[in-house]
Design a protein around this ligand. Structure first.
Ligand code: CA
Length: 224
């Protein structure tokens, strides 16, 4: 069953981005554009997790968080403005479980969401498998067959994205958005570079290729 996430945020650019991205990841997404509506939805629909922006018109995020905490222990991930350190402290004081600073990369958000949801999950659900490849999301340990593979943080993120979507063609846009975020405006060959690193490590024992190029589109994790 899909886990349900309630997003309480007034900025439409961000709610659109989150709705699209989280739906794609298989979550059921509900949106509220101000604090009062968010609080009402949270208490009525009992989501599995709440993403709560601090800066909201009317009832602000801190107040929403305090009122929610009086009624529910739902995991709350707070979004705070860049470098607003007092905000972060206040957010955690008001009962939030974690916070993320804007602008954030979608992949970072997903990692936080999974960590919060995982607290309720049994350990065996935290291992992704494809062919002879395993990726443990709790320990970040990656193996191919018996061989352990050391990955950098970014390489791990890219591989995890592929393993969460086996046999699906991931377009370059999706990979950019997922790993580098909505504000990413960097150079265009960064994905190629990371795929090359990953292939080198995954195939270091002479194993067959798992990450394949789909020319002009992107990449896919599949067996030959
Ligand atoms: Ca806002």
């Amino acid at each position: 069953m899909a886990e349900r996430i309630l997003v309480i945020e007034d900025e439409v650019k961000i709610t659109d981005f989150l709705r699209r991205g989280l739906s794609y990841e298989g979550y059921e997404v509900d949106i509220a554009h101000d604090g009062e509506a968010g609080l009402a939805k949270a208490l009525e629909s009992r989501p599995d997790l709440i993403i709560l922006d601090i800066m909201l018109p009317g009832l602000d995020g801190l107040e929403v968080c305090r009122q929610l905490r009086a009624e529910s222990d739902v995991p709350i991930l707070m979004l705070t403005a860049k470098d607003a350190v007092p905000d972060r402290v206040a957010g955690l004081d008001s009962g939030a479980d974690d916070y993320l600073v804007k602008p954030f990369a979608f992949d970072e958000l997903l990692a936080r969401i999974r960590a919060l949801l995982r607290r309720r999950q049994p350990a065996e659900q935290q291992v992704l498998r494809f062919a002879d490849l395993t990726l443990n999301q709790a320990t970040r340990r990656v193996t191919r067959g018996e061989r352990q593979i050391e990955l950098t943080a970014k390489e791990y993120d890219v591989l995890e994205l592929f393993m969460r979507h086996p046999r699906q063609v991931l377009t370059r846009d999706i990979i950019y958005e997922r790993i580098w975020g909505y504000d990413f405006g960097g150079e265009s060959n960064i994905i190629e570079v990371y795929v090359r690193y990953l292939r080198a490590k995954l195939e270091a024992g002479g194993e067959p290729r798992l990450i394949h190029t789909v020319r002009g589109v992107g990449y896919v994790l599949r067996e030959e």
